[in-house]
Design a protein around this ligand. Structure first.
Ligand SMILES: C[S@@+](CC[C@H](N)C(=O)[O-])C[C@H]1O[C@@H](n2cnc3c(N)ncnc32)[C@H](O)[C@@H]1O
Length: 222
């Protein structure tokens, strides 16, 4: 084999190996922004999210720095922003810029001034600060391909006293929406293991809010 061809071959192998080891390039079950917004803001879904009850469990206080991971249309971003105002801040993280544009527009229209939208990477929220008091991940973990890597990266942005709250569909629910898509099913024990590997332990669980249908787990540093 000619020397030049061999060099290209080795370069190709190196690129494939590096790409495989470093980051994920896709989200699971993606949708276009318009479709997401219609689905996420539908009255039926909104009612089922129990936003006020979830917010009460999160024990938000003015001044807190909160990361809404996979913020979507900002359904939770906006009430969280109001709860931590005036001095607190919400970083609304998503991997779709068009969803972040929608959040920015809603915030402007509704005069919400303490939200900063952040374009995350598939494996890293890319937050601009490492002082996060609370990271909130609602209905998102099953869309992330490399969940363990994502949660480990997220942990590095948290304050020592910071908490990570995860609400995720209970895969044991016989009516769980993605039961025919095993790649979208996430187990409670798996979440505990990924969080433990990221240096976090379970500090609270709100099993009463979505009995049998969703996990609501809260983690703090070990
Ligand atoms: C089902 S929606 C939930 C939106 C919002 N949390 C809510 O409950 O209304 C899932 C969102 O996660 C986002 N997402 C998927 N993978 C992501 C990743 N790796 N990092 C950040 N956001 C992600 C999607 O773009 C989408 O907006």
């Amino acid at each position: 084999m000619a020397r030049k061809t061999r060099s290209w071959l080795w370069l190709g192998v190196a690129v494939v190996l590096a790409g495989g080891a470093v980051e994920s390039k896709a989200q699971l079950a993606p949708r276009k922004a318009d479709d997401w917004i219609t689905t996420l803001e539908s009255p039926q879904r909104v009612a089922g999210q129990k936003i006020d009850e979830v917010l009460a469990k999160l024990a938000l206080k003015p001044g807190m720095a909160v990361a809404d991971i996979g913020a979507g249309s900002g359904l939770f971003t906006r009430p969280i922003a109001k709860a931590v105002a005036p001095s607190g801040k919400v970083y609304a993280v998503d991997i779709q810029q068009d969803l972040l544009d929608y959040i920015n527009k809603r915030d402007k229209d509704e005069n919400i001034r303490n939200v900063q939208t952040v374009l995350g990477a598939y494996d890293d929220p890319k937050l601009p600060a490492r002082n996060i008091d609370l990271a909130f991940i609602n209905d998102v973990l099953h869309h992330i391909e490399k969940r363990a890597a994502y949660l480990k990266a997220l942990g590095t942005y948290m304050k020592p006293s910071g908490r990570i709250a995860i609400i995720e569909m209970n895969k044991n629910d016989p009516n769980t929406p993605h039961k025919s898509q095993p790649e979208l099913l996430v187990g409670r024990e798996e979440i505990l293991q990924w969080m433990s590997d990221a240096g976090f332990k379970l500090v609270d669980e709100h099993a009463d809010l979505f009995p049998g249908t969703k996990w609501f787990l809260v983690f703090g540093r070990k």
